[in-house]
Design a protein. Structure first.
Lengths: 592, 240
């Protein structure tokens, strides 16, 4: 094959920066609680995100109970239902997915995969976690505040979000939500700057940007996007706080509330929608890009084959990231806009499908004639591909103005975004946990429990969200507490709703099994050794497992090749680690 | 074109220039921005993020101003001061702008003296910058209290659109907060410089890392940024 060079050796430039100074903790508190080690911070982030994510999971059960069996559960009245919807959405999107991908996987994997001792500013990194924890606590405090959490929907559209008709609108709910978001953004910025600078300026010798594993490319691009998108949410949150607390009218048009003309007027609710979605759409890809990156590495490792079209994959990630900043108004077709803008945003939205499709083709081509091991990470990766294609296709429906307008605010939308940015990324998270758990703990997760978890989650998610497309096409609206005896809704739709609810509870139960597996395997899991998957990337080449403080022992690793030297003809084994010197050894890395 | 900018690392510069240099740097290992320290890179990226915050604030203000059905108060009348019986439009804001821009000059000098390791002059210039910044904030407080005395509130004002007061307090307040934090950090770093922390390689209280004179330049980046943002606020809020 022409792309195999017989000699991977290149002159490795000398170290440009002296080895990083690390803070060496002296007490238990500074080692495990107020830790400046990115690996501990990653675990803290992940555990906090999982804990609050469980709350969101339970909220989804409560919503499904109400939708599937209306009238059976008295305590779920309309107000509670809206509060559950709001908190479920906000927690899942921001406090679980964003925090877990960037704060969790980002912190753990970036320093290890680029060959650094730690993040460049460990102290700021630590502050990032504690601000995140504070944000989560403030958010959760909403459940105990007078009036309960906000019920404005996760998009928090004004004016309803701050009016008395909405739960928490005139109570603590909306305030706590906005404060929590502001804290999250400040905390995230501290962490995010760390991730970006570590990737740009803190890599090992020989680790060029085009040798980085795609996981790092995904997390890196997503972090840059987050640093540019969260400001819009920050501004929107500050302005809404002023509207609510000071009586300003940024987002408040002239309005009559409970028969009384409000003092406020002249503001623009559409302005909020623009700010929110300028954050909100990139947010979708902030969640998706790390998933794209991770899944590429899972597929390559477990199919024992180099990723197909590495450069194309990198550029696709970058292009998706850039395009996602000019599509936001496709969430606002029904808000009313100039048809020319609708045309523009529909076009940009559909153009995103091109780099995305490139990625899907490349994943499939990586699998093609690979030595596919159906390990748990691989199963989840395969499940991701089909789920993502599914959710992506309905995205093409919703990206077109004329198709979107009748489907807007129906169950079809719920089904679409749950498939594409709910189930798909979470499948990658599961796969990634099964993949990297051995590195974090030194033990494998239990395979049998993992298989049950996988099949129930994967098939269950389809049984939940596939029927929802149909319900949406029937015209069943979302965010309705109760459908009642509406003429156009056939009896079978109610039966289907009950079925979906049963499935939702089943899938939820599987997640509890997964959490149990995480704890059980900590002590009882099979010993993993340093590199159980026989993977090439640097994090598997650490001297200790789990990696010690400072990651690499005395000497920093030196990188001689790209991250995908699997099954290279002429090599002794079917993988060649990135830090293996290339003298006379072949590589598949494209000649640069 | 040889570069003679003093840097603390003292690295020689033998890389290709222009676009080729950019490509070479980005395809190299270890660092994408050669000669740029971690701290400086972090500050630049933070400023990029902060630009988006101020950008959103200003765009939101412009949207509010354009979409409100009520007339917007005339800034040159609202921000006029009566001095000696003469009403002078925008005089206070002109002085404030002059002071803030001057403080950028003293900051730049502090950076230069920092790299010469002249710690007393550096500290003095940083202190001067902080004093100028503090007087800017002080004059802003004066401006706020004058407007409040005239009946401007975030939710209403005597002359027209309510969004005038809301945007004014929000944007100048957010900028003033940036200046105040800048003053605080200027004082902290000036103290470190004065004490000679960067000559004795004393370790930081929180981070336990050694600092060096580059922190003066990083501080300067922030300060110039805050200054630059003010130019935009000045143009879009007071001159429009």
């Amino acid at each position: 094959m022409v792309d195999i060079r017989s000699d991977a050796s290149q002159a490795i430039p000398p170290a440009e920066v002296e080895d990083a100074e690390l803070y060496h903790p002296k007490s238990w508190w500074t080692k495990y609680v107020f830790s400046q080690d990115a690996k501990i911070i990653a675990i803290q982030y992940s555990m906090t995100a999982t804990a609050i994510g469980m709350v969101a999971l339970v909220l989804s059960w409560l919503m499904r109970l109400q939708l599937g069996f209306p009238g059976t559960f008295d305590f779920i009245d309309a107000d509670h239902y809206y509060q559950f919807i709001t908190m479920h959405g906000m927690i899942m999107v921001i406090y679980l997915l964003t925090a877990l991908f960037l704060g969790g996987f980002g912190n753990y994997l970036i320093p290890l995969m680029v060959g650094a001792r730690d993040m460049v500013f460990p102290y700021a990194n630590m502050l990032s976690y504690w601000l995140y924890l504070l944000a989560v606590l403030v958010l959760a405090a909403g459940f105990f505040a007078p009036g309960g959490p906000t019920g404005a929907g996760w998009t928090l559209y004004p004016p309803q979000a701050i009016l008395s008709g909405t739960p928490g609108g005139k109570d603590w709910g909306i305030l706590l939500m906005l404060f929590s978001l502001i804290l999250f953004i400040i905390g995230f910025t501290m962490g995010g700057l760390n991730y970006v600078v570590t990737v740009l300026q803190g890599r090992a010798r020989g680790m060029t940007l085009m040798r980085m594993p795609l996981t790092i490319w995904g997390i890196f691009t997503a972090t840059i996007m987050a640093l540019l998108a969260f400001p819009a949410l920050f501004v929107a949150a500050v302005m809404m706080l002023f509207d609510r607390l000071l009586g300003t009218s940024f987002f408040m048009p002239a309005i009559v509330e409970m028969g009384e003309q409000l003092q406020q007027g002249g503001g623009s609710p559409i302005l909020f929608q623009h700010l929110f979605w300028f954050f909100g759409h990139p947010e979708v890809y902030i969640v998706a890009l790390p998933a794209f990156g991770i899944v590429s590495d899972l597929i390559s490792t477990h199919a024992r084959k180099n990723i197909f079209g590495y450069r194309m994959m990198v550029w696709a990630i970058v292009i998706i990231g850039a395009l996602s900043f000019i599509v936001w108004a496709h969430h606002m077709y029904v808000s009313g806009m100039n048809p020319k803008f609708g045309f523009f945003f529909a076009t940009t939205t559909l153009i995103i499908a091109v780099p995305t499709a490139i990625k899907v083709y490349n994943w499939v081509l990586t699998l093609w004639r690979g030595d596919i091991h159906l390990s748990l990470p691989m199963l989840f990766a395969l499940a991701f591909i089909v789920t993502f294609v599914n959710g992506g296709l309905t995205g093409l429906f919703l990206g077109n103005v004329v198709v979107d307008v009748p489907l807007s605010d129906t169950m079809f939308v719920v089904a679409h975004f749950h498939m594409v940015m709910g189930v798909a990324p979470i499948l990658v998270i599961f796969g990634a946990i099964y993949h990297w758990y051995p590195k974090v703990t030194g033990r494998m997760l239990n395979e049998a429990m993992g298989q049950i978890h996988f099949w129930v989650t994967f098939l269950g998610a389809y049984l939940i969200f596939f029927p929802m497309h149909y319900l949406g096409l029937l015209g069943i609206p979302r965010r309705y507490h109760e459908l009642g005896e509406t003429a156009f809704i056939p009896e079978s739709a109610h039966t289907l709703n009950a079925f979906i609810s049963v499935m939702a509870l089943t899938v939820g139960a599987a997640q509890i099994l997964f959490l149990f597996n995480l704890v059980w395997s900590l002590k009882k899991g099979r010993e993993a050794g340093g590199n159980p998957w026989r993977a090439t990337t640097l994090e598997w080449q650490t001297p200790q497992t789990p990696p010690a403080h400072g990651n690499w022992g005395k000497e920093l690793p030196v990188v001689y090749r790209w991250a995908y030297d699997y099954s290279v003809p002429g090599a002794a084994e079917d993988f060649i680690p990135q830090n293996q010197p290339g003298l006379g050894r072949p590589t598949r890395e494209a000649a640069s | 074109m040889a570069q003679s900018v003093p840097t603390h690392t003292g690295e020689t510069d033998e890389r290709p220039h222009g676009l080729r240099g950019v490509v070479a740097d980005f395809s190299s290992d270890q660092r994408a921005f050669k000669n740029v320290s971690w701290g400086k890179a972090m500050m630049w990226i933070f400023l990029l993020s902060d630009t988006f915050i101020f950008g959103c604030f200003l765009l939101a203000y412009m949207t509010a101003r354009m979409s409100t059905p009520v007339p917007w108060p005339n800034p040159s009348e609202v921000f006029a001061l009566t001095i000696g019986g003469q009403e002078i439009p925008l005089i206070l804001i002109a002085i404030m702008t002059f002071i803030l821009i001057s403080s950028s000059g003293t900051m730049a000098m502090a950076v230069n003296f920092g790299y010469r390791r002249d710690r007393r002059t550096t500290a003095a210039l940083m202190l001067l910058t902080a004093v100028l910044g503090a007087s800017f904030v002080g004059m802003q407080a004066f401006e706020w209290s004058k407007l409040i005395a005239e009946g401007v509130r975030p939710w209403e004002n005597p002359w027209g659109a309510a969004q005038f007061g809301s945007s004014f307090f929000m944007i100048t307040g957010f900028h003033g907060t940036h200046v105040s934090f800048g003053v605080l950090f200027l004082l902290i770093i000036a103290r470190k410089v004065w004490r000679g922390d960067f000559d004795t390689e004393r370790r930081g209280f929180f981070t336990s890392r050694k600092g060096n004179y580059e922190i003066v330049e990083i501080m300067g980046l922030y300060w110039h940024f805050v200054d630059l943002v003010w130019v935009f606020i000045f143009a879009f809020f007071y001159l429009w």
